[in-house]
Structures are given as C-alpha cells and as structure tokens.
Write a protein that binds this ligand. Structure first.
Ligand code: IVH
Length: 672
C-alpha cells in the first residue's frame, strides 16, 4: 500500500472507529461485534505502525496504551491547582457563608452556590489546544504535576478531540479521574485471588492506574472522569460555574449530572442530606459535597488564600468507620484455593449496614497490622461490600489478646497448604477441596463464563449437599429428577435449569477457557488464547514458548496455563466435558490463522525473502507485524547486521528467529 492510499484509509478508519466508539460508549447501541471492531482497530494500528508520520495525536489507537515509560515528565501547571478547605459540620458551612458575605460586604440577600458531589479519585488537568487533547497531567503538589497523557487517553470518557467546529485555542480543564465501584471490586477480587494486597479504596486504585508507567495496564482499568473547573482558557469566557459546566458538557466532556444550584445555606444543607442518603446507591464513591460560589466575577473578587480558594469548601461526609472487637480470626478458602484470614467481628453498624466480618487480605498483612483475637479495631467500608480492618486500638489491649497463625492444613478439607513461590498467598493444594469445588462451579456457571442462567450460589450449594456434583463436568449429566430433590423446586424451574445447562454447551471458546478457572487467566486473556489456539486441544498442548507469543501472556500466566493442563485431574474434567457434549466454538476470526494475536518484528538485512512479503504472510496467518520490540513481541526475525532491536529482544527474552527458522515456522504457507 502506498502512502497516499494509506492516508485515505487512516482517515476513513479513524472516522469509523470514532463513530462506533460513540455508539458503544455513549449511546449504548453498538452496531459491530467485538471482533468486527477489533478488525478495524488493528488495521488502523498496523497502518500507523507502517506509516508513523501519518498517525495523529487524536487517533483512537492512543486509547489502548503504548510501551512502558521509564518515568513521568514533570510539567508545571500554568495556574496552580489549589486544594479545598474542609467543613465537617453544618456549623462550618454557616461560618464559610458568613465569611463570604463579610468579605463581599453583603448585608442582606443570599449567595448563589453550586453543589457538586466530591468525587473520591485523583485530580487531573486536561489541556486542549485548538480542540485537540495535547496534554494531561496529575495535580502533583499543585504547582508541578506529571505528564500522564498516554494514560489518560485510555479513559473513554475523555474526548481526544472536541466535537465542535470552533473550539477555543486553549482550554485547560480540571476534573477528577475515578474508578467506578464495579471495576474497583473486580480489580480487588482479582488481586486477592493472586495473593496481592487489595486497594484500600477506589482513590488508591485510580491513582495506581493513572501513575502506571505501562499505559496498557491503565487501559485495562476502566477509569472515568468528571470535569469540575477551568484552568487557563483563551478565546472563551465563562461567567459562572453553571455556565462552565453546561458549555463543556456541550463539548462532549463528562460533568456530574448530580450537580445542583443552591441559593443560600438552607438549600445547601438540603442537598448535602439528600446526597448522603443516595450515596450508597451511586456506582462510584464520593466523600462529600463541594460547594462553590456560582458567579465567576464573585469568585475573582473573593480570590484565594495560600492553598485554597475563598469561594469554595468541601463538606465531608462522616467516615464510614466504626470501632468493634475481633471475636475470632478464621481461615477461608477461595476458588483458586487461596486461604485468606477473615476476622469475625462483634456486629456493628456502618452507615446502615451491619458488619460482622472483615477481610484481612493475607497473612502477611495480618502480621504487619498485628491484629489479634480480642483486639479493639477500627473497621472501614470504602466503596467495598466487604469492610476492612484499618488498625488496632492498642491502648485497649489487656494482654489477653491472642495472635492468629496461618493454618497448617486446609480448614475445609485438611489437605496440605503451601505458599507458591513468588506469591504471598497460601493455597490449598487439593483440587477436590469442597471449598474450591464450590467456588469453581459458581465461577464456571457465572454470567461472564458459561452463563448458565439461574445456577447461582444457592443451587450450587444444594447440588453439593446432595452430592450430585463433584466437578463442573457433573453439571451436564444432571437430570430432572436430580433437581426435583431440591427444596422448593417445581417442574418449570427444573426444566429451566436443564435448558440453561444444555444451552451452555456451545459457548464461545474464550468463555470456556475463562470458565475453566485457570489462575491468572481473566476474560480478556482467555479471549486472546482462544483466538491464538482455536481449540482447547491446541491450547492444552501448547508449549510455554508458544504461550508466551500471545499478547498479555507473560511467564507467570504461561506457567499457570501449563501446570493447569498438566494436571491429570483437569485433563479428566475436560475430557468428561467433551463426552458430555460440551463443544465450545471458535468464531471465524479465531480460526483465522495460527498466529492470531502474535506480534512479529523484522530487523536487519533480510536476504532470504522480501520484508513486505514476509509481513503479509504473517498477517495472512492472523499475526501482526510491528516496528519495534517490546515485552509483547512474539518473535523477532533477525537478518544480517541486526542491531539494537536484537539486543533489546535478547534483554527482554523475546524469541529470536533466523530467516531460516522463520521460513520453517511458516511452513505450509506459501513461500514469500
Ligand atoms: S474543585 C479550587 N470540585 O477534592 C477548586 N474538587 O480537596 C479545586 N474534588 O483536589 C477543586 N470532587 O481532587 C472540586 N466536584 C469537585 C471535586 C473536587 C473532588 C477533589 C479534587 C481536589 C480535592 C480538594
């Protein structure tokens, strides 16, 4: 393809992808399947790699992140990013209002305020130059932040180009980037399964994602953003906060829909109470209300103190913390066999919920926090369903408190438990451990895995109690009579369950791989594995090297997949699933080629074949040819005089092929 055709195609692809992004993310009515979308996206990525100078800064490919950075570049804010003074009581709010009136010399009348939810995330600044997102920074110390542009480009809420014909020449926006509760909880669950310490709250998780040197990791955490203030702006005047919010919302920027105008403190108090009551049902975590003088001329007149403006205040909700006693510390076993400590607490009320258990994450953390049975502790609920122990009130110790030690054997089945190298977690090694079996069946049937409608905790527990299942394969041999033994089961319900089980036999291969519950293999990785290997048999026979050529698969994941399929018990379960008629289907694209999802890089002088022809060959087989080497490169094909790319590949442990070896690998394909 020549430059000119490439340019035309790139413009067309960018337009199409943006259109489909809008349909998907904003209008919630996608027209393309994931695979169709991926095809467009990959084509654009490849063209941009082949013609790097044709890639524009607002290209949607920026949304998936790029190779890791060494460090972040510091950036000085054009205007300092201030913080806010806190109010903890209604009295504090009234004093704030009085100070403002005094400062403005007002003897009567009320101030017009804007009330906004105080998001619990990380303050960031976005800079749009002539409508194009050119820079995104963290707040840092308020004077100097860090350039996190690549990471913030992965946030789908943030337009890369303002959809307005005449955007202002310069528009700086401040806002809060946050991680909504659903992905926050998912992330923490994953971390616990991997034996990593979970994030204490969504703010830490968001900050961790934004300050990731590897933007591809950020891309996997679905951050969101609400804009709340202008920075430096040229070519546009806002007369008030409401004017600002409605204008930028019109430019496609997300602003919090719960924002309200409130004239006088009585209305502000009303808003604070109402928002406090809905707090628990919001899909994201807030920690208070930010109250701002609406008029910008008045804001200017009020000015600022050293670190915070006089025209705004943050009225915080009381923390969702409570003091209680640890009655016992018990060990609990999860799906992957991780044995974690859990504190049984004297029941205590925490913002409307009675709490009687708190997770202690892992045994190391338990030791670090030195939590003992009998201790008085502070527990906190921070956007999580399961509360955590914040710290021990050691002043309440009497000397009779008892430290807990990790169990020597699995608390459920009594088998051996061990610490896997490189992990903090302890695991039960018995794959038939009832706790693991229970969790693995629930996972297998769950909506994002095999999607067996109705097969939740309750029925799985009954199946286990009646000894009707021992592994996931047994689900497929259940009969109507089996179900009829359940408490309160009717004909109709039993039939529905049977139909749901039968209906799951032909799920997509990616779902099936995910459903197997291989450690470290999440939904996304499972999809990529399905695409790369096409069948379970191919996957189970894959060598570690072959596995490593798949995007997102590193040594730890490859090792986990290998040992899963080496386990005779797992092999038997898969064979029995097959016999029962479970035959996951690979979509067309998945069958496309042997190298789907695998990235090749060519370097040096190639004498045995033509570079373009070789790239085409790779692409025919579903692979992808890239220009530079990274951890995710599957193979580097090195000709004569290969230089820095070869060195880099070696240092990263990327497989290096000679031309000859490449040809062998491609055997069966037409020789270039
Ligand atoms: S306005 C000068 N509005 O709270 C005004 N801040 O405690 C700057 N925050 O650093 C901030 N939601 O990270 C504003 N609706 C909102 C906010 C908000 C959360 C955070 C922000 C700021 C911190 C100050």
């Amino acid at each position: 393809m020549n430059r000119e055709t490439a340019q035309d195609r790139i413009v067309k692809l960018v337009g199409e992808i943006e259109h489909h992004n809008r349909l998907y993310y904003q209008e919630d009515r996608p027209e393309l399947t994931d695979t169709e979308y991926d095809l467009l996206f990959r084509e654009l990525q490849e063209l941009e790699q082949r013609f790097p100078d044709l890639a524009t800064p607002e290209s949607p490919t920026g949304r998936v992140g790029g190779a890791p950075l060494e460090r972040f570049t510091p950036v000085r804010h054009r205007r300092p990013m201030l913080s806010l003074e806190n109010a903890l009581t209604e009295q504090d709010l009234l004093e704030f209002d009085e100070r403002i009136k005094r400062f403005l010399g007002m003897t009567s009348g009320e101030i017009e305020y804007v009330c906004e939810p105080k998001m619990d995330g990380l303050a960031v600044e976005l800079v749009y130059e002539r409508g194009i997102l050119s820079l995104a920074t963290t707040r840092g110390d308020g004077i100097t932040g860090e350039d996190v542009t690549r990471n913030l480009k992965t946030v789908r809420d943030i337009p890369l180009r303002l959809p307005t014909p005449d955007p202002p020449p310069l528009l700086e926006l401040r806002g809060e980037a946050y991680l909504p509760l659903a992905p926050f909880q998912r992330l923490n669950q994953e971390r616990e399964e991997n034996g990593e310490a979970p994030f204490a709250n969504p703010r830490n998780a968001a900050a961790g994602a934004i300050r990731q040197l590897d933007s591809r990791i950020t891309a996997r955490r679905p951050l969101a953003l609400f804009c709340y203030a202008p920075g430096e702006v040229e070519g546009q005047t806002f007369i008030s906060q409401t004017d600002f919010l409605t204008t930028v919302a019109g430019w496609g920027l997300p602003v919090n829909p719960l924002t309200r105008q409130a004239v006088g403190t009585a209305r502000v108090v009303e808003y604070f109470r109402e928002l406090g009551a809905t707090r628990e049902s919001l899909p994201y975590e807030i920690d208070g209300v930010v109250i701002k003088v609406n008029s910008y001329p008045l804001q200017e007149e009020l000015g600022e103190k050293a670190r915070s403006p006089r025209w705004a205040i943050a009225w915080k909700f009381p923390p969702r913390q409570a003091t209680t006693r640890v009655e016992a510390i018990v060990a609990s076993v999860g799906r992957t066999g991780v044995v974690t400590p859990v504190a049984n607490l004297k029941p205590v009320e925490l913002s409307g919920v009675t709490v009687s258990r708190a997770t202690l994450h892992n045994w190391e953390e338990l030791e670090k926090k030195d939590i003992r049975v009998g201790d008085t502790v502070i527990v906190e609920r921070a956007g999580d369903v399961i509360p955590a122990v914040v710290r021990v009130l050691t002043q309440h110790r009497t000397g009779s408190e008892k430290p807990a030690t990790p169990p020597q054997a699995c608390p459920e089945c009594g088998s051996e438990i061990a610490r896997i190298t490189g992990e903090v977690a302890l695991r039960c090694l018995n794959l038939s451990c009832p706790a693991q079996v229970r969790q693995s069946i629930i996972h297998f049937a769950s909506r994002t895995a095999m999607d067996i409608d109705g097969m939740g905790n309750r029925y799985v527990d009954q199946l286990l109690r009646l000894n009707l299942v021992g592994t996931v394969a047994d689900l497929y041999t259940l009969t109507r009579d089996d179900f009829m033994q359940f408490d309160r089961m009717g004909d109709k319900l039993a039939d529905n369950l049977l139909t749901a089980i039968q209906g799951s036999k032909e799920r997509e291969l990616g779902r099936f791989i995910y459903a197997l519950g291989i450690r470290h293999v999440g939904e996304q990785t499972a999809k990529l594995l399905a695409a790369a290997f096409g069948t379970v048999e191919n996957l189970s026979g894959a060598t570690e090297e072959e596995l490593l050529t798949v995007r997102e698969v590193g040594p730890q994941v490859a090792e986990s997949i290998r040992s899963f399929f080496e386990n005779p018990r797992n092999r038997e379960i898969i064979a029995r699933l097959r016999t029962a008629g479970v035959s996951p289907t690979a979509s067309e694209r998945q069958l496309g080629g042997r190298f789907t999802g695998v990235t090749f890089v060519f370097t040096g002088t190639l004498t045995r074949f033509n570079r373009e022809a070789a790239k085409e060959l790779v692409e025919q087989e579903g692979g992808h040819a890239a220009g530079s080497v990274s951890k995710k490169t599957g193979y580097l094909v090195a000709g004569d005089d290969a230089g820095s790319k070869l060195e880099k590949a070696r240092s990263l442990g990327v497989r290096v092929l000679s031309e000859e070896e490449f040809l062998t690998l491609m055997e069966g394909a037409e020789k270039p």
